[in-house]
Design a binder for this molecule. Structure first.
Ligand code: CU
Length: 352
């Protein structure tokens, strides 16, 4: 409310100043022809260009200082490092070109400002200049695109080599469910038409399919570190998108079809919690939460870092909260956990 009032006051003050300048100008109209910029005006505008240049450089430095810490920590998947490197190189190139061209743009704007008696040099075309400013972007962009395509093809190469763990991610408004293939690592057939809520067959598994009986349906995703995981995504209702930012992974979930993504987790949850930037982020978040707790507000429990699966397609009113915890652990811990889970046939039997 206070912010709104301050904004209104600022706008009113601005309007008042504008009106006063207008009155001032009108009263001076007779003394000089104010429509044509003088050398003094042009010089003044030239200096303003430098002020603006300092402003954009300043805001760049400020953003680096203030917001670098909110970036994601080190990638926790095997392909993540390639992805991050490609992004970093692209940003460095953009940053370098942007910094240089802005300086040149503003400097030449100042240097060739209007002055009495000064005439611009005019030439219709210059083949060498045009060649240079065409060929450099062509080489750089072609390089980036080829490298990007190569990286993309590598990331999107989903195959069954190296005995991947098969996991289904099932999206619905507004939650996630994961399904493991069980001891045979093969997912049983499923279709939304076979969903039977009364029998707790919430994912529509084919009860007559022998591969389905040992499937394990869970609400928390556990992954063994160092083993490739092939995800098969399904959606029950609308478009969702399985987004696992720490693993640099995202794939749309489309009703009526199965989409895929594959990655190998490389850092366990416990190891990630010890990374300095994660420790720092937890500390910062918990400071805010402690303040909330002191004020008696909700969302004030101390937070601990966990990998997370989010929905990254606006799919309805609770989209923002559509998430599932991911735990990356050692193979032994994973095996202990998966053995303690009920299979689909056990769940079905317990419902009868
Ligand atoms: Cu969603």
């Amino acid at each position: 409310m206070t912010t709104l009032l301050i904004l209104i006051v600022l706008v009113l003050v601005a309007i008042a100043i504008w009106q006063m300048t207008k009155i001032f100008e009108l009263s001076k109209l007779k003394s000089e022809d104010s429509q044509v910029a003088t050398d003094k005006d042009n010089k003044y505008n030239g200096y303003l260009l430098f002020a603006f240049l300092i402003f954009i450089y300043g805001i760049t430095i400020f953003s680096f200082y203030k917001y670098t810490k909110v970036l994601l920590p080190e990638a926790a998947s095997a392909h993540g490092a390639d992805y991050d490197y490609l992004l970093l190189v692209s940003f460095i190139i953009i940053f370098f070109v942007q910094t240089l061209t802005q300086a040149l743009l503003h400097y030449f704007g100042y240097k060739y400002r209007g002055e009495k008696g000064k005439k611009a040099l005019f030439f219709a075309d210059n083949d060498r200049l045009e060649f240079i400013w065409t060929i450099i972007p062509v080489i750089v962009l072609a390089g980036l695109i080829l490298w990007g395509l190569y990286t993309w093809t590598n990331i999107m190469d989903i195959n069954d080599e190296d005995d991947p763990l098969i996991v289904e991610l099932y999206a619905q408004q507004f939650n996630w469910t994961a399904r493991y293939g069980g001891t045979d690592n093969v997912l049983g057939g499923a279709n939304v038409r076979m969903i039977d809520i009364d029998k707790a067959n919430v994912l529509g598994l084919d009860e007559s399919d022998p591969n389905a009986s040992d499937d394990i349906i869970v609400k928390e995703l556990h992954l063994p570190v160092g083993r490739k995981v092939n995800f098969k995504m399904r959606s029950q209702d609308v478009l969702h998108s399985a987004y696992m930012p720490h693993f640099r992974a995202q794939m749309n979930c489309v009703p009526g079809m199965t989409t895929e993504f594959s990655f190998t987790p490389t850092i366990t949850t416990a190891e990630m919690r010890l990374k300095p930037d994660v420790v720092d982020k937890v500390k910062r978040t918990n400071k805010i939460r402690a303040e909330r707790a002191a004020n008696g507000e909700d969302n004030s429990d101390p937070w601990e870092f966990d990998y997370i699966l989010l929905c990254n397609k606006i799919c309805g009113k609770s989209h923002y909260n559509m998430q599932m915890k991911i735990i990356v652990e050692s193979e032994e811990d994973y095996n202990t956990w998966i053995e303690s889970q009920q299979t689909f046939s056990q769940t079905m039997a317990s419902m009868q």
